[in-house]
Design a protein around this ligand. Structure first.
Ligand SMILES: Cc1cc2nc3c(=O)[nH]c(=O)nc-3n(C[C@H](O)[C@H](O)[C@H](O)COP(=O)(O)OP(=O)(O)OC[C@H]3O[C@@H](n4cnc5c(N)ncnc54)[C@H](O)[C@@H]3O)c2cc1C
Length: 439
């Protein structure tokens, strides 16, 4: 990555303690909010100028929602904050010895550091999968998948070769967690209700959807009942669910599964897992299972002024030997707790250990179907779907976004349509004069 030497972070000196927050995601936003006008200088750094509501990324990828409706610019969130600075900058290094972070636009000293930069797609070291499959972790990735999928259908209409048509219209989703299940359900809905109207000259019997998972059931993080229900719902959408099966190889054209099945497919969606976004500079002893080891106050092991929260923090304690799940609720609750703890610490009071309040988990599978696990209750079907919609709607940041998402959902529901089937891929300046373009 190129350093931008003509720029600098330009944060004024202050008598207050400087808290640097890396990442304006679910966790980082809560810390900043909790520290509002509480006597700290707060600096938030994010590689994007927006927050992404990742639980709805799959709807952007499958043309259900526009990207703007699930993302919110970060600056407006902190408009009336005193001594608060947002800088769009990627943090490339952390120097815990000298209490400094490094970015492409220079370095910055901190009194307290909050690492809240989330996770990234885990390919388990497989370079081929990294190169050839579609991840779903960031907005540009979801948009890219949407365009790719629609381009495939456009090409398929014009392809004289039935094998090529097959390859263009088949989809393989790897990973049967919530993301894999939700994207498979959405593809099933597209196949059933939306695409046949757009492409009347295509026979959609050739479009095959496959969901592959190495484990014995879907939604391993949820109850067995919900996993089984999700499987049943997916089958109603014609999704071929393969359990105890792995993707053995993929050359960009043909998928080979460990059960010997060969599937011609131009689209493989990788939803097999995530791992922490580890930034250079932290010693190996601070990292376990791709996340940063923290104590029950989210303090990074071996430091006294560095905290890690959300997906990146691995809170390994006696009661949580496997840490907490990498979900938005944990991230938000840790952000709220940490802000309170930093204020307590500033008053020389004891910090309160983090205790996770699990409010439940859920996943949706196409229209009218979802599964919900509450601490003492599991249910599925239409009511679960309505609960899923309500919870997601109130969780999206910003009234405008909520309104846009709600109106899109109502439109999609009653018209059996999707409003955002545009193919928009990143504009490359060198591509400006493509054959066929007129100047
Ligand atoms: C497709 C998908 C679906 C999901 N569905 C659900 C769901 O239904 N329910 C649920 O609870 N959870 C869900 N999750 C998980 C949830 O999104 C995460 O647990 C949550 O986002 C973690 O919050 P965080 O603040 O730790 O990280 P994030 O929200 O990912 O925020 C991290 C921020 O750090 C920034 N960043 C990263 N690296 C750098 C860097 N080097 N320098 C500067 N900035 C950086 C990023 O741009 C980002 O803004 C889903 C995740 C995905 C990918």
């Amino acid at each position: 990555m190129k350093e931008l030497k003509h720029l600098h972070l330009d944060i004024p000196k202050s008598d207050k303690k400087r808290v640097i927050i890396i990442g304006g995601g679910f966790a980082g936003i809560q810390v900043a909010k909790g520290l509002k006008n509480k006597g700290f200088q707060v600096v938030m750094l994010d590689r994007h100028n927006y927050h992404t509501f990742q639980p709805l990324l799959y709807q952007v990828a499958t043309a259900g929602l526009e990207p703007d409706s699930i993302a919110g610019a970060l600056r407006p969130l902190f408009e009336n904050y005193k001594d608060f600075y947002f800088r769009m900058a990627r943090v490339t290094g952390i120097d815990t010895e000298n209490s400094k972070i490094k970015t492409l636009v220079g370095e910055l000293r901190y009194d307290l550091l909050v690492i809240a930069n989330g996770s990234k797609t885990n390919y388990f070291g497989d370079q081929e999968m990294y190169k050839r499959t579609f991840p779903m972790k960031q907005l540009p990735q979801a948009l890219d998948l949407r365009s790719h999928m629609l381009q495939n259908f456009e090409q398929s209409v014009m392809s004289p070769d039935p094998d090529e048509q097959d390859r263009l219209t088949n989809f393989v989703v790897v990973g049967g967690g919530p993301t894999g299940v939700e994207v498979s359900g959405a593809l099933g809905e597209l196949k059933k209700h939306v695409l046949p109207n757009d492409y009347p000259d295509l026979d959609f019997k050739i479009m095959n959807l496959h969901l592959v998972d190495a484990g014995p059931r879907l939604l391993a993080g949820m109850s067995e009942k919900s996993g089984d229900k999700a499987c049943k719902y997916l089958k109603q959408f014609d999704v071929d669910v393969r359990l105890n099966t792995r993707l053995e190889s993929y050359d960009g054209k043909t998928v080979k599964l460990t059960d010997g099945t060969i599937i011609p497919a131009k689209t493989v969606i990788w939803a097999a897992g995530v791992k922490g976004n580890i930034i250079d500079g932290l010693p190996e002893s601070m990292i376990e299972r791709g996340r940063i080891l923290v104590d029950e106050h989210n303090l990074v092991k071996g430091t006294d002024n560095v905290y890690a929260i959300g997906d990146i923090g691995f809170m390994k304690t006696e009661s949580t030997p496997n840490g907490h799940p990498m979900v938005a609720q944990v991230a938000m609750q840790q952000g709220v707790r940490l802000a309170k703890n930093l204020i307590l610490q500033g008053k020389n009071k004891a910090m309160v250990p983090f205790a996770y309040r699990d409010k439940g988990s859920m996943a949706t599978i196409g229209r009218n179907r979802a599964v919900v696990d509450l601490p003492k209750l599991h249910f599925g079907g239409l009511f679960a779907w309505m609960v899923w919609m309500f919870i997601h709607l109130i969780s999206i940041i910003g009234f405008r976004n909520r309104l846009v998402v709600f109106s899109n959902w109502v439109w999609n529901y009653f018209t059996y349509d999707r409003g955002t089937r545009l193919i928009i891929r990143t504009f490359l300046r060198n591509d400006r004069y493509r054959p066929g373009d007129t100047i």
